[in-house]
Design a protein around this ligand. Structure first.
Ligand code: 13P
Ligand code: SF4
Length: 335
């Protein structure tokens, strides 16, 4: 059991349990399974989470799959092993559930790159445009948006709108530019980006491709255009996994967060996955926000039912509308 029992709400808010002292002999997998049953809890995990968390999760998926699962669950408590905007999305969509997150400070550089007051002004400057926002944004941005999308459905959602509809796309300029390219649109792009997907080096990837001529370069659309341009397949995390599993190709250079390799190896054993090299001196494609979550923190947030996502009701309702639109369009399109 947890040795230090004097953890207060203040400690959780300030430290996010970082200093909690867990008995190292504790079988965390067994304890988490026990807590799932006792509390009727479900663990939803994003594909960038560490392998142990993916293995204990009840559902692992991309942002669209996770949002769809959060709506449908009949669990009393949703343990969201992902970053803050994802857990917040679950609370927006299913407010009667208690939603806890292993680390309240698990943020997102992309979401941070779009502050609501600035975006509000930008939107006001373009009153004839509607706003499609990528789900990687705060509730404040969602509340200023007309439709939310994810990387799984961004193209389909844009395609579902009339050809002459003027659109602002926020916050990811790379995903937005890719959607412009594949739909033939000219959406106005907010200048935001993800720190993990912007770091890949085209030069190093090109050299790697020469050393592995049979390897397919597969990339997430949050990557910059020069990387996408030389990619053999582009897709959301779920689409990348499905591609590696279903194609006869055996070798892949993977340009996205490294946590995804765990599922790729599990679902296509025997195939070779090479993380795309970043443009820094550390061969590391980890998202520092996603990786704040640990198995210990999953256990602690279930035991204490904190940190919990609490939201202002007016903000929640305003943010829910564009999320509902996304889910409706996705359901109509069978996504
Ligand atoms: P998807 O899993 O929806 O492809 O999104 C990737 C991502 O950046 C999550 O932070
Ligand atoms: Fe945000 Fe990028 Fe991390 Fe995804 S990988 S949570 S977009 S910083």
């Amino acid at each position: 059991m947890v040795k230090e029992m004097l953890i207060t709400t203040n400690d959780i808010e300030e430290k996010g349990f970082y200093d909690a002292d867990i008995d190292p002999s504790l079988d965390l997998f067994a304890e988490i399974e026990r807590l799932k049953k006792e509390k009727n809890a479900i663990i939803l995990a994003h594909l960038y989470q560490e392998p142990d968390i993916q293995d204990i999760a009840d559902y692992i998926g991309d942002s669209l799959g996770l949002a769809q699962k959060a709506v449908k669950t009949d669990a009393d408590m949703i343990v969201f092993a992902g970053v803050h905007f994802m857990a917040e999305g679950a609370k927006i969509l299913n407010p009667s559930k208690k939603v806890v997150i292993p680390d309240l400070k698990a943020g997102c550089s992309l979401s941070e790159s779009c502050p609501p007051p600035l975006f509000k002004k930008f939107r006001e400057q373009h009153p004839d445009h509607i706003v499609i926002s990528y789900i990687n944004c705060s509730a404040g941005i969602k509340a200023l948006s007309d439709i939310i999308c994810t990387s799984s459905n961004a193209k389909a959602i844009v395609d579902s709108l009339p050809a002459d509809q003027k659109i602002i796309f926020a916050p990811d300029k790379n995903l937005g530019a890719w959607v412009n390219k594949v739909t033939g649109r000219d959406m106005l792009l907010w200048n935001g980006a993800c720190m993990v997907h912007e770091i890949f080096s085209v030069q190093k990837i090109t050299k790697l491709k020469m050393r592995h001529p049979n390897a397919k370069l597969i990339s997430h659309p949050e990557c910059e255009e020069p990387v996408l341009k030389i990619s053999d397949f582009i897709g959301s995390t779920t689409q990348l996994i499905a591609y590696t599993k279903n194609t006869p190709h055996q070798e892949f250079i993977v340009a996205t967060e490294a946590g995804i390799l765990h599922q790729m190896v599990k679902q296509a054993p025997g195939k070779t996955f090479i993380p795309a090299p970043p443009d820094n001196h550390c061969a590391c494609n980890d998202c520092p926000h996603m990786k704040r979550n640990t198995l210990e923190k999953v256990y602690l947030c279930m035991e204490y039912e904190q940190p919990e996502i609490i939201m202002d009701e007016d903000l929640r309702l305003a943010a829910k509308k564009p999320l509902d639109r996304m889910l409706e369009i996705s359901a109509q399109l069978g996504l």
